[in-house]
Design a binder for this molecule. Structure first.
Ligand SMILES: Nc1ncnc2c1ncn2[C@@H]1O[C@H](COP(=O)(O)OP(=O)(O)O)[C@@H](O)[C@H]1O
Ligand SMILES: [Mg+2]
Length: 267
């Protein structure tokens, strides 16, 4: 199938809202990733606006750890984001294949994510959907942040509640005002998942029960996962705790503060 001068080759993966395909740009012969919202979604005015916002955010943000947008096609019923293709795997699938990662790897990957996020925050953009499935690891070991589908302007105060509740801060699931510290909370849950291979709150039967856990239960402590991680386990726990405090005032206040602490994991 061809969309303008992009020949779709094969599906790569899908997320909650979109299917992503590997395609060839027939103008230059290069591989691209083509993101298309699932059937009918573009007809929903909120989703349509979010899709346009996602394209604009990619154009606004220019960072080596953020995937680049090459083209944007918007028609009545269909829309496509044409992105740099990251030849690799998202960290959710990666951690599913290999189990929990050693602390040093978690540290190295998260430092790159935080470089992208610190840059986005400086430009007043909140990602709001930080999780392993939205972080790509390339064959060349590069880390690229993807999926600005629910990202927001930091100056806009209240937000609709969107995204994956497992990674959302208490204030995000409550529809309260949010800022960069909500992204920092989600980095904390991401660190937990990368280190342990599982989510801190996962056994809830209903969404309400999960929300209750997020609002009131402490994130469980991680245990040593590799022999060599014995000396790092306390640091990992301290970092997760300082990212995921219920009250944003008790978290790291910036990505830089978290990066500074995280250096301990990779030295
Ligand atoms: N630029 C890209 N290069 C390679 N794979 C990608 C790219 N963008 C997305 N993917 C893959 O597609 C999946 C879904 O993309 P994503 O943008 O997260 O969609 P959704 O908004 O539905 O969550 C990702 O988890 C990743 O595996
Ligand atoms: Mg996604």
């Amino acid at each position: 199938m061809r969309i303008r001068h992009y020949e779709i080759w094969k599906p790569i993966n899908s997320g909650g809202t979109a299917n992503v395909y590997l395609a060839i740009d027939l103008h230059d012969g290069r591989q691209v990733a083509l993101k298309k919202l699932k059937n009918g979604m573009l007809e929903n005015p909120v989703m349509r606006e979010k899709f346009i916002e996602e394209a604009n955010r990619y154009l606004y943000l220019n960072h080596p750890n953020i995937v680049k947008l090459k083209d944007f096609i918007l028609e009545d019923k269909e829309g496509y984001l044409i992105m740099e293709f990251v030849d690799g795997v998202n960290l959710k699938n990666f951690v599913e294949q290999v189990g929990g990662l050693p602390a040093q790897n978690v540290g190295l990957f998260c430092m790159e994510v935080l470089a992208a996020l610190a840059y986005a925050h400086k430009k007043e953009v909140l990602h709001l959907d930080i999780k392993p499935a939205n972080i790509m690891l390339s064959e060349k070991n590069e880390i690229k942040l993807i999926d600005f589908g629910i990202s927001s302007d930091a100056k806009k105060s209240k937000k609709e509640i969107m995204g994956s509740p497992f990674y959302m801060s208490p204030e995000q699931i409550s529809g309260k005002n949010i800022d960069q510290r909500s992204d920092i909370y989600s980095v904390g849950v991401t660190i937990y998942e990368l280190f342990t291979g599982s989510l801190p709150f996962q056994s809830s039967k209903t969404r309400e029960e999960l929300y209750e856990h997020i609002k009131s239960s402490e994130i469980p402590k991680v245990k040593m996962n590799f022999e060599c991680d014995r000396e790092y386990v306390n640091d990992v726990n301290e970092i997760i705790t300082n990212c995921t405090a219920k009250n944003p005032d008790n978290r790291y206040q910036s990505c830089e503060a978290l990066q500074y602490h995280m250096l301990k994991l990779i030295q």
